[in-house]
Write a protein that binds this ligand. Sequence first.
Ligand code: NAD
Length: 261
Amino acid sequence: MTLKSKNAVITGSTSGIGLAIARALAKEGANVVINGLGDAAEIEETRAAIESEFGVKALYSPANMLKADEIADMIHQAEKTLGSVDILVNNAGIQFVSPVEEFPIEKWDQILAINLSSAFHAIRAAVPGMKARRWGRIINTASAHSLVASPFKSAYVAAKHGIAGLTKTVALEVATHGITINCISPGYVWTPLVENQIPDTMKARGLTKEQVINDVLLEAQPTKQFVTVDQVAALAVFLCSDAASQMTGTNLSMDGGWTAK
Ligand code: NAD
């Protein structure tokens, strides 16, 4: 167990990639704060399962990633309850698919807030403690869409390019403080986020479900396979290890070759 006595906050970890990262960090001995939306009973089940399977503390924060004050409170509460926030994974994200001229303004604002600004607010709150302890690991879940674009995803692509820039900037600021910050940029990972965008993509492009999966999603990925949440989580664990202490400001692709094209 490489992360024993470390404390981690993972945003958007009630499902998908975030949950896999939370479970993988817990497996390495880290106490975790999970966060996200969902059914209260299911979230409690998820939280309790992490504690019993991995023998760590697992807390739940209901902080809404749309709200700066709730994000800062989540970090400060974790520091108070666990003693520190050593690892911060900014992972919460939503998607919306629409031609730019019809893109709902409130969806643009929500995507920029959840997929980009929430990471800024969490980093801003967590960095002072990491600097004081001279150790920190920040991981941002970006996307292949932090490097390339797809049509009808203007807000998502803008936010993900933004998070890659935020990552590089903070890396330079904290480089001498024992803190690293990197992005993981997955291609298509089979999670509710991908499954839920299929109906809108069918509408926007006039395609069947099978056509969206094979001709739009997996079309982008030369391996013709979805990335798994456990593969993303394994990279996050590696980024927290001593072996990765000289990796900072990077944008690591895990996209089946998508951005090699
Ligand atoms: P998901 O829908 O399974 O999980 C998203 C998480 O964010 C959930 O826990 C949800 O409750 C939480 N969330 C959403 N809005 C929130 C809010 N206002 N406040 C707090 N939490 C909120 O999706 P996922 O596929 O696991 O996505 C996780 C991250 O990975 C996102 O940043 C996404 O952009 C990124 N990503 C996903 C893929 C993919 O193919 N699935 C590819 C590249 C990047």
